[in-house]
Design a protein around this ligand. Structure first.
Ligand code: GTQ
Length: 345
């Protein structure tokens, strides 16, 4: 493609008179906004090690009382986007949240969608629209856009979880805001029992209606399915599951997609190059992740992100299976008609 003229090729007085009238010439910026063949992502491959986050998060527990934080979170920020912008990728926000025994993070609802992936500790819960969701290691809890949620803790050890939100996108759209509310009244059965095994509570033959019927995906269930896939010789493919909305069969949330995979000992999994940026989080075990020819070691509870069209290999060098949680921007890109894949280089 032709090299185009730059701003410096224009007379200063001409550029000044454009600026004065809120006008901008396209051609000096054309190759930036429409780069040839593939995007130039700001998202940089970044790794966050849990053993580096945890002491700082526990220190935040001593430095800042929950009443003064509301949500005690250290944000996993991508330097490529500028740390202050609190983005892991262009659309994905990641945060590690700490809740200490007897603390309460008050009820609120907001326009961005959120999920929690429980990293460590037990005894905490998130109440979503009156449904109490226990938080145990590896559980996925949804708090979709507009649903009331609060976090509490009856246990006796710190609980830490990974928050994933589409906050960067919603904020960019100038659609991000929050409302505060009162303590929620918990309604009857907890989330796990409300929509279990394909059955739902029914009142006088009337089905309960909800856009998000399932709010908690227990890790014990997910792990069982991954193990069954891996141990089924007739299945053949890589052991991977998608978290879906069981009513619609669609992705469990509208903007960010969630899945989990299992890597057997010594398994090497080359991923196809995808237009959506991705986040990887180790639920159990350890892996080597090669992103664009750079190798990184991820231990349990470590998190990494990769830019669009990255060439990624997941490698399990350990004698134990590894379980990886994945978040990506593919539901958003598919809805917008922007999703594509490329063959590996
Ligand atoms: O727990 O509701 O990391 O509202 C950022 C914003 C967590 C939450 C975050 C939030 C929350």
């Amino acid at each position: 493609m032709e090299q185009l003229a730059t701003l410096d090729d224009l007379p200063k007085h001409y550029v000044a008179s454009l600026t004065q009238k809120n006008l901008v010439p396209l051609w000096p910026s054309l190759r930036n906004v429409l780069p040839p063949n593939q995007p130039i992502p700001l998202t940089q491959t970044t790794v966050w090690h849990f053993n580096e986050i945890k002491p700082l998060l526990l220190e935040a527990g001593e430095l800042t009382p929950i009443e003064k934080a509301e949500r005690r979170v250290l944000v996993l920020a991508n330097p490529g986007h500028g740390l202050e912008n609190m983005k892991a990728t262009s659309s994905i926000y990641l945060g590690m949240q700490l809740l200490l025994p007897n603390e309460w993070a008050p009820s609120h609802r907001h326009t961005p969608n959120a999920i929690r992936l429980i990293v460590e500790g037990s005894g905490a819960y998130t109440t979503v629209e009156g449904q109490k969701c226990p938080m145990e290691h590896g559980d996925l809890i949804l708090t979709p856009s507009g649903l009331w949620h609060e976090h509490g803790h009856h246990g006796d050890e710190p609980v830490i979880w990974l928050d994933i939100l589409d906050l960067p996108l919603v904020y960019y759209m100038e659609a991000s805001f929050v409302e505060g509310g009162d303590v929620q009244k918990v309604i009857g059965l907890d989330a796990g029992h409300r929509y279990a095994k394909g059955i739902v509570p029914t009142l006088h033959f009337m089905r309960e209606k909800s856009d998000f019927p399932l709010l908690r995906y227990a890790w014990t269930d997910t792990k069982q399915v991954l193990d069954a896939l891996a141990n089924d010789p007739s299945y053949g493919g890589a052991a991977q599951i998608s978290y879906i909305n069981p009513e619609t069969g669609h992705d469990c949330q509208k903007i960010i997609g969630y899945s989990a995979m299992r890597l057997a000992p010594k398994e090497v999994l080359p991923l196809e190059r995808r237009s959506a940026a991705q986040v990887f989080h180790v639920i159990q075990g350890e892996i080597q992740i090669d992103i664009n020819a750079q190798s990184h070691q991820l231990q349990k509870s470590d998190t990494a992100c990769a830019p669009c069209f990255a060439q990624i290999d997941l490698i399990n060098n350990s004698p134990e299976p590894a379980y990886i949680f994945v978040a990506d921007e593919s539901p958003l890109q598919k809805k917008l008609g922007l999703y594509s894949t490329r063959s590996r280089i």
